[in-house]
Design a protein around this ligand. Structure first.
Ligand SMILES: Cc1cc2nc3c(=O)[nH]c(=O)nc-3n(C[C@H](O)[C@H](O)[C@H](O)COP(=O)(O)OP(=O)(O)OC[C@H]3O[C@@H](n4cnc5c(N)ncnc54)[C@H](O)[C@@H]3O)c2cc1C
Length: 456
């Protein structure tokens, strides 16, 4: 029996395809990376179906690539060696919301939009950390790539919010991790050997997550946005330090764009929230005072008359901060997500402008400040998808900003294959060896998303 028929036996004919038109869709993502080859796409609905597909793939040594929303822009879901794309979207149940212990147990196909709407309707006192990505992306995909959301500056990155998970290992074993593994509720990740790290940050190369418990947080009644700007990029590190030192914010990002002219400043956007109106007044005054008497010298200006449309964009959950306009016409958008030490931001800022100008692009930035310990510094590029030359320029710009990131002592977040190669090249060889050993132990036949985190 051929592979297609065997896959059909597992999930039924309507959830398997080797039809070229459908495979075309799974052979690329919306970023600037080249397409790959896909042989089959399968949409499982149960853990047992996932397990059966993996057992078959492991026996036949067929690559398997898990696909959530497919929106990292760095082609992490695009297979490099063909094989099966396992589209998880039909495993989309919210299995449990434990309001008192503040967690959600979800399947891997639950989208950010679905979880947000569900909480709003049934548990209005709680929220989860929502990334600024399209609402169709998955909560699990985001946690697994160490993403960040609108409350990350206050509570940490989204992978830190994982209490535990259920995983189908490449050999077909189903494993539970966290307090769920003890038959207890899914309320905590430890104290135990910290196994979620075997699957977080691995880009689907070590197993398939079929359930995930995610921390939920109190949802405040009142929120307000404050905007300050300066033209001195050297004030950024001290500005970030002072703002986060106050410990009074919910979200905090920096934006700038060369066009239109009014955006060509360094904007500090601070979202404050609280359960009482008085709290908002107090926090607002604290930030205004901070910038009026800014200790770092230099000048920050409070934006008194933030346009209501902008105010709404920033206060939306998620905020629509990525104002990066479609300068090239054609809808392409890419970025190097540089996780940088705060003191390196001014240098990265200048280098980013150089790179954009070298490739004829208009410089645009959105950086989220993560807990006051690092910055997700976005070197953003808009490009025309229909223009191959423009796409090629974007790839080159990305390569340069990836290199700058590493040269500045930063880390590339969710980088494409080339960025992964650069990262491994600079890594301590013993650490590379450790990663290789873990990978071989979990995936002896190398079937999971081969090509990603490929060892040198
Ligand atoms: C305009 C825009 C703004 C964005 N802003 C943000 C932002 O503010 N914060 C942020 O964090 N991200 C942001 N992103 C990036 C990205 O869209 C999100 O992080 C998104 O949540 C990733 O989820 P996904 O479902 O698309 O993941 P996918 O691309 O489907 O998957 C990511 C990786 O995880 C693997 N994977 C997926 N599901 C599983 C599973 N069940 N088991 C094992 N492995 C799996 C995949 O193989 C892949 O390697 C943005 C993207 C865009 C386009």
């Amino acid at each position: 029996m051929d592979i297609s028929s065997r896959l059909t036996e597992i999930v039924g004919g309507d959830r398997v395809s080797d039809n070229q038109e459908e495979l075309f869709f799974y052979s690329r993502d919306p970023g600037a990376q080249p397409p790959g080859r896909v042989d089959y796409v399968v949409m499982p609905r149960t853990v047992e179906e996932v397990r059966q597909v993996v057992l078959l793939a492991n026996r036949e040594k067929i690559p398997v690539t898990p696909w959530g929303g497919g929106f990292t822009l760095s082609a992490l879901v695009v297979p490099d060696r063909g094989g099966i794309v396992l589209d998880m979207k039909q495993m989309d149940r919210i299995l449990e919301i434990d309001e008192i212990n503040r967690y959600a147990l979800i399947e891997p196909g639950v989208s950010q939009g679905a979880l947000r709407s569900y909480l709003r309707k049934h548990h209005p006192r709680l929220q989860h950390s929502t990334p600024e990505a399209p609402p169709t992306v998955t909560v699990v995909g985001n946690a697994l790539i160490q993403g960040h959301g609108h409350i990350s500056p206050r509570y940490g990155i989204n992978s830190d919010m994982v209490n535990g998970m259920e995983v189908v290992l490449p050999t077909g074993k189903v494993c539970q991790i966290g307090s769920g593994s003890m038959g207890a509720s899914w309320f905590t990740r430890g104290p135990l050997p910290d196994l979620p790290g075997l699957f977080i940050g691995w880009f689907g190369t070590t197993g398939i997550v079929t359930k995930l418990s995610l921390k939920l947080f109190p949802k405040p009644a009142f929120r307000e946005v404050l905007a300050f700007y300066t033209d001195d990029v050297d004030l950024i590190p001290e500005g970030i330090f002072e703002v986060t030192q106050l410990d009074l914010l919910e979200d905090f990002f920096l934006i700038s764009q060369e066009k239109p002219d009014w955006m060509n400043h360094v904007f500090f956007i601070i979202i404050i929230s609280g359960h009482f109106e008085e709290e908002i007044g107090f926090k607002k005054k604290a930030f205004k005072d901070l910038f009026r008497e800014f200790k770092g010298g230099g000048k920050f200006i409070f934006v008194e008359d933030l346009h209501p449309a902008l105010e709404k964009r920033f206060l939306d959950v998620p905020p629509l901060a990525a104002l990066a306009a479609d300068f090239r016409k054609g809808g392409g958008f890419e970025y190097t997500g540089a996780i940088l030490p705060i003191d390196r931001v001014p240098e990265a800022w200048r280098k980013g402008i150089e790179i954009s100008h070298k490739y004829g692009m208009i410089c645009s930035y959105v950086h989220q400040v993560l807990l006051g310990h690092s910055v997700m510094f976005g070197f953003n590029y808009s490009f025309n998808r229909a223009d191959e030359e423009d796409v090629e320029k974007t790839r080159k710009a990305l390569e340069e900003s990836n290199r700058v990131t590493l040269d500045l002592g930063g880390m590339i977040w969710k980088g494409e294959v080339e960025a992964q190669r650069m990262t491994l090249e600079r890594m301590d060889p013993n650490t590379v060896e450790l990663i290789r050993g873990v990978k071989e132990l979990l995936d002896p036949n190398g079937i999971m998303n081969p090509g990603k985190w490929e060892m040198p």
